[in-house]
Design a protein around this ligand. Structure first.
Ligand SMILES: C[S@@+](CC[C@H](N)C(=O)[O-])C[C@H]1O[C@@H](n2cnc3c(N)ncnc32)[C@H](O)[C@@H]1O
Ligand SMILES: [Zn+2]
Length: 341
């Protein structure tokens, strides 16, 4: 294990806890051991293996293993063949949202990304002197994230295998917790949100990206057409035929969007209830919860907007039936922890 990995865990050991019993962990050689229940967790290929299963009542549906197997086969979003830190920065900053995050999250912030996949956002945000920890259940994705980090010497990024329902972090530790495109691939998105919300510091932020109930309609139609045409109509999704994207990355997109074994869909109104239940207040959403209010390149991501009213949200959200909502049918909510959960 290179010195910097070992130091990262050693220097940040006070953030960690046992995902099984939440006891203190100690670092011994290549292992983390729980002082309370004596459970041992290895650190291999530079990645601490702190995954612990949900252990829910057997009557409750649990898709974790199914989803893990799926993403182990097709890590998402994968890298383009020529990617390096320069192209990562360039591509990430082409997306207005990642650019705004990079511009507006203070240096020195401590960020946790849950369900980081192949780690693009974690690696990107770590370039500007922030501590960024990327976690996922899928080892193949984490390995790709780690390879990129090693090749580009991104010392402020750390990857850890973790199930977001059984976090290996103590409560109230992060300035920002990001969970983008993940909760809708779990059996219980609200429970997942509550689990993540505990990790946010008081007055810290959470950022959630979810499939939208109406924005996803076009993807659903395409999925149906692909199924009945045995994927002959694949070209209807422009990204799957975009030659500027590597073959592996196009395949990862197609599989993630159209062959995923589990996804759910949500609304801004629903997430507002999640926030109320967990001691968070609404800060921002994309799309904005009020009609005719666009999202601008100068947007202040952490400056509170109005959450709108039921009526304004219905107007904005139902318009997605006509417009979709960009590739993937996504929406994003940012919220601030205003009282302990
Ligand atoms: C669609 S990918 C999103 C990846 C990345 N956030 C992005 O936006 O490109 C979903 C990721 O969530 C991860 N995931 C699913 N269930 C999880 C869980 N219970 N705990 C942690 N990660 C999970 C999957 O392994 C997968 O890498
Ligand atoms: Zn323990």
């Amino acid at each position: 294990m290179p010195a910097n990995e070992k130091n990262f865990i050693k220097d940040n050991i006070e953030l960690l806890c046992c995902p099984k019993c939440r006891g203190y962990l100690v670092l011994e050689k290549q292992n983390l051991t729980c002082q309370n229940c004596a459970q041992n967790y290895s650190i291999s290929d530079h990645i601490p293996r702190l995954f612990w299963p949900n252990e829910w009542d057997p009557a409750k549906e649990d898709v974790t293993e199914k989803i893990k197997t799926f993403y182990e086969e097709t890590p998402f979003p994968d890298y383009d063949d020529f990617d390096n830190v320069g192209s990562l920065i360039e591509k990430s900053r082409q997306g207005i949202f990642a650019k705004l995050l990079d511009d507006q999250i203070p240096y020195g912030a401590r960020i946790l990304e849950c369900g980081c996949g192949t780690g693009q956002l974690t690696n990107f945000l770590s370039v500007s002197n922030r501590i960024v920890i990327g976690t996922d259940i899928c080892i193949n994705s984490l390995q790709m994230a780690q390879n990129f980090k090693d090749k580009n010497e991104l010392h402020n990024a750390q990857f850890i295998q973790m199930n977001l329902f059984r976090p290996c972090f103590k409560s109230d530790r992060f300035d920002l917790v990001i969970c983008n495109g993940v909760l809708h691939h779990t059996s219980d998105p609200l429970l997942g949100f509550k689990s993540l919300s505990r990790l946010v510091k008081p007055r810290g932020y959470i950022l959630i990206g979810l499939y939208h109930k109406y924005g996803r309609i076009y993807t659903d139609i395409r999925r149906f057409l692909f199924r009945i045409s045995k994927d002959k109509l694949k070209f209807l999704d422009r990204r799957t035929i975009n030659k500027n994207i590597s073959k592996a990355k196009r395949k990862a997109w197609f599989t993630d969007q159209y062959k995923n074994p589990h996804e759910s869909k949500h609304t801004i109104g629903e997430v507002l209830h999640w926030l109320d239940d967990s001691g968070f207040s609404f800060v921002k959403s994309i799309p904005k919860p009020v009609p005719f209010e666009g999202f601008h390149e100068t947007e202040k991501l952490f400056q509170p907007d109005t959450p709108g009213t039921k009526l304004t949200r219905i107007m904005v959200e139902s318009s997605k039936i006509l417009t979709g909502s960009g590739e993937g049918g996504f929406f994003i909510v940012i919220a601030k922890k205003t009282s302990p959960a």
